[in-house]
Design a protein around this ligand. Structure first.
Ligand code: AMP
Ligand code: MN
Ligand code: MN
Ligand code: MN
Length: 283
């Protein structure tokens, strides 16, 4: 079970992806994925559908989510894998984490209106599959549709990142709470795409240290949001902190995502893949 085509990070219409869980499962299976996880942002509402679709395609499945956390003033994403999808504490925690999204979305639209972009809230809502989960991605789709921006990257650079008109500061879950929800329900917490945070080396070290202290178990090494040099860098970090390594495309949409499901390179055989300690949680 050591070398597997595992894809343990992607999004459906239950958060900010454009495909349904069943469509993602079919695409993953067609691309040769053997072990799959659907990891919607702050949501586990798609888990039973995803697990059933994985089974129908003969893929193994780990339950998944990607929890938004605020750490040292920055948003960090913690992937949860292999937890009980019916756990009440996890469900309550995620309801609370999602809670401020609609108010935040209205404030984002106000910021965009101030630079002359009207109707962004209603425009973003057209792309929303889950009314509890309006995300920056939905605003980005609207700004591409209206021709204000040429692509998603352009939107984030110009409008949706700190200091830009559509960016609104937000307080997400705490690191300790997110790890607790995941681990108490039988899962493993994994730091998502660590190279994407704007931390100093000291802050990053503090993140990994606190993550370990709270019971975090893994880190994404091979992900669609890392370069090859970053695979090497975070393989070293995984070994340094004694963390298992994860692999996932972070696929959102056939039109937008550069990395398709199941197409990333394998993890280095020197690493412990997350699916080894999680072997009893694989369905
Ligand atoms: P939110 O949770 O509402 O803050 O939205 C975060 C989501 O925005 C991420 O999960 C990505 O899907 C998307 N995102 C962030 N930065 C970028 C980027 N530079 N290009 C495309 N999508 C991005
Ligand atoms: Mn996303
Ligand atoms: Mn993420
Ligand atoms: Mn993601």
């Amino acid at each position: 079970m050591s070398i597997l085509n595992a894809d343990l990070h992607c999004h459906s219409v239950v958060s900010d992806g454009t495909l349904m869980p069943e469509q993602l499962a079919a695409r993953a299976a067609a691309n040769g994925v053997e072990l799959w996880s659907l990891t919607d942002h702050d949501e586990i509402g798609g888990q039973h559908r995803a697990a059933a679709a994985a089974r129908a395609h003969g893929m193994k499945y780990l339950t998944g989510t990607e929890i938004s956390v605020t750490f040292a003033g920055e948003t960090v994403h913690i992937v949860g894998l292999g937890f009980d999808p019916d756990d009440e504490e996890m469900m309550r925690g995620l309801v609370e984490t999602r809670g401020g999204r609609t108010v935040r979305a209205r404030e984002m639209a106000d910021g965009l209106a101030q630079v002359g972009i009207k109707g962004a809230y209603e425009g973003a809502l057209k792309y929303v599959g889950n009314p509890d989960l309006v995300s920056r991605t939905h605003f980005a789709r609207f700004l591409v549709e209206t021709g204000v921006c040429s692509d998603m990257g352009d939107v984030f650079r110009r409008f949706l990142t700190p200091g830009k008109p559509g960016y609104v500061e937000h307080k997400w879950a705490s690191l300790g709470a997110a790890i607790r929800w995941i681990t108490r329900s039988g899962g493993m917490a994994v730091i998502a795409h660590p190279a994407r945070y704007r931390f100093t080396p000291t802050e990053e070290y503090a993140l990994f240290l606190e993550f370990k202290t709270h019971g975090g178990g893994g880190v994404e090494v091979v992900t669609g949001s890392h370069t090859v040099a970053e695979y090497v860098e975070y393989a070293e970090t995984a070994r340094e902190f004694g963390l298992a390594a994860s692999r996932g495309s972070d696929f959102h949409s056939p039109e937008e995502s550069h990395t398709d499901l199941g197409t990333l390179p394998d993890l280095s055989p020197k690493l412990t893949p997350v699916w080894e300690p999680l072997r009893d949680r694989v369905r």
